[in-house]
Ligand binder design. Structure first.
Ligand SMILES: [Fe+2]
Length: 244
């Protein structure tokens, strides 16, 4: 069956206003929402950055408030877009502690967490943390490893952990060569190894790093085929938001 863009559930989106490097205000959030509605997408997960010690570290209450504000706005303006809560959690030493204290937001209605690797550090501690999270019974999705230099050097530790249950999300922009050849190459390599479970936009705005266009969706179809695109963008994301 043809992969249907309107069924795409984008699990990695920076759309909440004023809490990270996504939209600065409600108007910009609204512009992103309209971009999704224009391509027929009706469900996304808001994943603001959580990077302790920086300005991008909104907690659960703040996320809930921003989400409520957007939902009310969408209801008033008749915007048919459902937003589920989420968080893009940067690896940090106190992550497990914060997790055990219920301070981190899972994706949608699941017990699965989106973990962001560092662009500059070794990935050893991050992968160890992912192991601990999985051992505690939670699911872990690693965000865009194809963009990370340590994974571009070697994929073995990552692929080994996928065999143990780690889930992997790659960015649509990587497949479209928006982050350079190395990212595209690793994204395709991980797909060939059956080590990718989710494809998401990681969108931040309506200009650069934005929701996919209909033309880009067709390019993705050509690259991956209908079945795989549907699995990565529709079927697997559905399990996070409990829609069957
Ligand atoms: Fe992100």
């Amino acid at each position: 069956m043809a992969a249907d863009l309107s069924q795409f559930i984008d699990i990695h989106v920076h759309i909440l206003p004023g809490i990270d490097d996504g939209p600065r205000n409600l108007d910009e959030s609204m512009a992103m929402a309209k971009a999704y509605v224009n391509i027929g997408v009706s469900r996304i997960i808001a994943t603001p950055h959580f990077i302790p010690g920086t300005a991008w570290a909104a907690g659960l209450d703040c996320i809930a408030d921003k989400l409520r504000e957007l939902k009310e706005l969408f209801a008033r303006k008749d915007i048919p877009l459902t937003i589920f809560p989420g968080m893009e959690i940067a690896y940090h030493k106190k992550l497990m502690n914060r997790l055990e204290h219920g301070m981190l937001q899972s994706l949608g209605k699941s017990d699965v967490y989106l973990l962001e690797p560092s662009f500059s550090d070794s990935s050893n501690a991050l992968l160890e943390c992912a192991c601990q999270m999985m051992a505690s019974g939670r699911g872990v999705i690693l965000a865009h490893p194809e963009r990370i230099p340590s994974f571009q050097e070697t994929t073995k530790p990552l692929v080994d952990l996928v065999d143990q249950g780690l889930l992997v999300q790659i960015n649509i922009g990587s497949l479209l060569n928006k982050f350079g050849e190395s990212s595209k190459k690793l994204a395709m390599h991980l797909i060939e190894k059956s080590s990718v479970h989710f494809l998401a936009s990681d969108s931040h705005a309506t200009t650069r790093r934005c929701p996919p266009s209909r033309i880009e969706w067709e390019v993705l179809k050509g690259l991956l085929g209908d079945d795989l695109l549907t699995r990565l963008c529709v079927t697997n994301p559905r399990s996070l938001v409990n829609y069957n």
